[in-house]
Design a protein around this ligand. Structure first.
Ligand code: FCB
Length: 481
């Protein structure tokens, strides 16, 4: 299983790629993007505004007042971008569909012109031998559905299942890998509680209702996709590629800062709100009792109806894990108080004191190993790392190259952390770098660059960074060819 380290040549100054021991030849390697972050063409071919188009117009909501109107102009440069993906030597491309392109009013019939783009994208990928991995929802809710109540409103879950059905009807003959939601925690918490993300609401109760309706939307969409793909969980027929169904969560490995009861309680709360609130219903068909009790203390009750949890816990083929950092939690503030100004228990992030990325996120690769082993133990699902990567302030060199040794080190450490988890027994099957190219980083606008390909936003020129070359060589060496 473990390939002998093989070395590939790299130009002077570029770190040399080596095979990563412990990853099998059929390990899945990919790059990831999402629709609003790269496509642009915000008004093309019948697309309507999403909550992000609206949010970007709110003064102060996005750094620099930026928006995704043009982004990387991928909508018009798709064939060149797919050629670039192929040159990176990956086998899988994870991208998302823009709901407001496919179903502009959030209900009703599909928009053929919007679907045509994804139809071409899928065909172009397949021609290049790249597996398409579709995310149905990466945060761009049609604005009309937000106006009708958004995710805190139960009907949105049903609308999502209908949209999933339209997407699968158009692409399901060629696409096997479907992810329902990307990071529902972000949609609910950042979108409806802290207001840092679209739609920018600040209502804790609404955010918790959003959690349940996102999960319900996942469950109803999963059921719809299974029905459309054939027998539940069964391999596809000769004419259809079958279905590999999953959901992607943003997860980290949280530990108490000390073993004091307050710190242990803080870590429990963080884990409850960030991990178990999603994975317990998805896998075990029940919400965690301690979180339900914490919510009751805040006067919030999840709007669960009969049958919801059965829908939410429909079998998953794969769990997508987006990993960026890990945290230590304290239950006291800097002055030792255990409650905040509102009388709520303190949950404070205590830095490890490790180097950080340009996002200010601490670099904790061993947290990824620990996380994957914990997921394996508590939930037992096959996993794929659907996002991992880092923003750094890259500067192009005089010779036109983009040296980004810090990103290479980040990717290298995390890929090795994945291999370590695999060797310790976690069933992790793939790794996708975030991101294929620099793009619109949500509330940070274009200031934060996560790409392994640089985008010059004035010219839309793409330049493969050193990390992109290194990634290609690492994949090749690890596969043993
Ligand atoms: C994740 C998002 C992705 C990107 C990375 C940096 O939370 O899924 O779109 O913004 O963070």
């Amino acid at each position: 299983m473990t390939a002998a380290p093989s070395h590939t040549t790299a130009p002077a100054g570029r770190p040399v790629a080596q095979a990563v021991g412990g990853l099998p030849a059929d390990f899945r390697w990919g790059v990831a993007t999402s629709a609003y972050q790269i496509e642009g063409a915000a008004r093309a071919d019948g697309r309507t505004p999403s909550i992000w188009d609206t949010f970007c117009r709110v003064p102060g909501a996005v750094a620099g007042g930026e928006n995704g109107d043009t982004a990387c102009d991928h909508y018009h440069r798709m064939p060149e971008d797919v050629a670039m993906i192929a040159d990176l030597g990956v086998d899988t491309y994870r991208f998302s569909l823009a709901w407001p392109r496919i179903q502009p009013h959030g209900s009703g019939p599909a928009n053929a012109r919007g679907l045509a783009f994804y139809d071409r994208l899928v065909d172009t990928l397949l021609e290049r031998g790249i597996t398409p991995w579709v995310t149905l929802y990466h945060w761009d809710l049609p604005q009309e559905l937000e106006d009708a109540g958004g995710w805190p409103h139960r009907d949105t879950a049903h609308r999502f299942a209908d949209y999933a059905g339209l997407a699968h009807a158009a692409l399901g003959d060629r696409v096997r890998h479907w992810t329902t939601l990307n990071e529902p925690w972000c949609s609910a918490w950042l979108g409806y509680f802290t207001g840092e993300h679209a739609p920018g609401r600040r209502d804790f109760g609404a955010a918790m209702h959003a959690v349940h309706h996102l999960l319900l939307g996942h469950g109803l969409a999963a059921r719809r996709l299974r029905e459309m793909a054939g027998t539940p969980g069964a391999p596809g027929t000769a004419s259809a590629p079958g279905l590999e169904l999953g959901i992607t969560l943003n997860l980290g490995h949280g530990v108490p800062h000390t073993d004091s009861p307050a710190d242990v309680a803080a870590a429990r709360r963080a884990d409850g709100m960030g991990t178990r609130l999603y994975l317990d219903p998805l896998v075990h068909g029940r919400y965690p009792e301690d979180v339900v009790a914490d919510l009751a203390d805040r006067g919030v009750r999840l709007p669960v109806r009969d049958g919801d949890l059965a829908a939410i816990s429909a079998p998953l083929d794969v769990l997508g894990v987006n990993y960026y950092s890990s945290h230590r939690f304290s239950g006291t503030d800097e002055h030792g108080a255990e409650t905040d100004a509102d009388g709520r228990p303190v949950v404070r992030d205590v830095p490890h004191g490790l180097p950080r990325t340009a996002m200010g996120w601490e670099i904790v690769p061993e947290g990824l190993t620990a996380l994957l082993l914990r997921l394996h133990r508590d939930y037992g699902l096959p996993t794929v790392i659907t996002e991992n990567g880092a923003a750094f302030d890259d500067r192009p060199a005089a010779d036109g190259s983009v040296p980004d040794a810090d990103r290479i080190a980040y990717l290298d450490q995390h890929i090795r952390a994945v291999a370590a988890a695999r060797q310790a027994g976690a069933d992790v099957r793939g790794y996708f770098a975030w991101s294929l190219m620099d793009n619109f980083e949500w509330a940070y606008g274009y200031a934060k660059r996560f790409g392994i390909v640089r985008v010059d936003y004035d010219t839309q020129r793409r330049t493969v960074k050193d990390s992109g070359h290194w990634y290609r060589d690492t994949i090749r060496a690890t596969r043993g060819r």
